[in-house]
Design a protein around this ligand. Structure first.
Ligand code: PGA
Length: 258
């Protein structure tokens, strides 16, 4: 499997942090630290909904892509508090995180809702960043591969063969998210390879070669080089460290293969 065929993606997930007024100072600190980053990776920052317009405005001149952290599975209608894929596309958002473990654990999102959201994103022009990952209990029980495969197959259920190429998969072991614990590069690589095998079984060798698989879970400037060097890890989904320009920059630079 050759990494050259795939985009490298470094995606920040700001979760419910930051204010619109902080985006410009963040960017002005980040950009000098990552000269020419677009030569080796696509950098995405997924921000809270109210910050999307300011993120789009500020990031545009620096070629940083903007993502949302969630969206509705429904097209439109009486869904108070929800945001649709059309509304995200309308203002120029390109990416959306779907099925993050915090959505699954805190807001009851199931594999079925994740699947509907993936369809909604791919029916439009959004790139869904589909999150999968196991709890510590599941890892210790030895069911990680099966569980991740089931989550991924459910998320992509019914997605036509010509559609998944725009998707990005993020392997995020739940026990590593926000905990400072990281999967070892070998463990992360092993699960990401399994994810690629699932993609191959569903959509064939070409899809498996081109769909990026990211690792997420306490990725930081120290562990990023080893994680990003793995054969089947094409980037990162980064929470805490993406809020600190110096740390985020170091991770972006660690993705530079040259
Ligand atoms: P973390 O979060 O990097 O803070 O562990 C990752 C994520 O939740 O996507």
């Amino acid at each position: 499997m050759n990494k050259r065929y795939r985009r490298t993606i470094i995606a920040g997930n700001w979760k419910m942090n930051m204010l619109a007024s902080g985006i410009k100072p963040f960017t002005e600190e980040l950009i000098p630290l990552v000269p020419d980053f677009h030569k080796w990776c696509e950098t995405v920052v997924c921000v809270p909904f109210p910050l999307l317009p300011e993120a789009l405005r500020v990031f545009k001149s620096y070629r940083i892509r903007v993502g949302a952290q969630n969206m509705s599975q429904f097209e439109s209608g009486a869904y108070t508090g929800e945001v649709s894929s059309a509304q995200l596309m309308d203002i120029g958002v390109g990416y959306v995180i779907i099925g993050h473990s915090e959505r699954r654990e805190l807001y009851g999102e199931t594999d079925m809702t994740v699947n509907k959201k993936v369809h909604a994103a791919l029916n439009g022009s959004l790139c869904p960043i589909i999150c999968v990952g196991e709890t510590l209990v599941q890892r210790e029980a030895g069911v990680t591969n099966n569980l991740v495969a089931t989550q991924l197959k459910s998320a992509l259920y019914g997605v036509q063969v010509d559609k998944p190429h725009r998707a990005v998969i993020a392997y995020e072991p739940i026990w590593a998210i926000g905990t400072g614990k990281t999967a070892t590069p070998d463990d992360a690589q092993q699960v990401c390879r399994e994810i690629r095998a699932v993609i191959r079984s569903l959509y064939g060798a070409h899809a498996a070669r081109v769909i990026p698989v990211l690792y997420g879970g306490s990725m930081n400037e120290k562990n990023a080089p080893d994680l990003l060097a793995q054969q089947d890890i094409d980037g990162g989904l980064i929470g805490g460290a993406s809020l600190k320009p110096a740390s985020f920059a170091a991770i972006i630079n660690a993705a530079n293969p040259f």
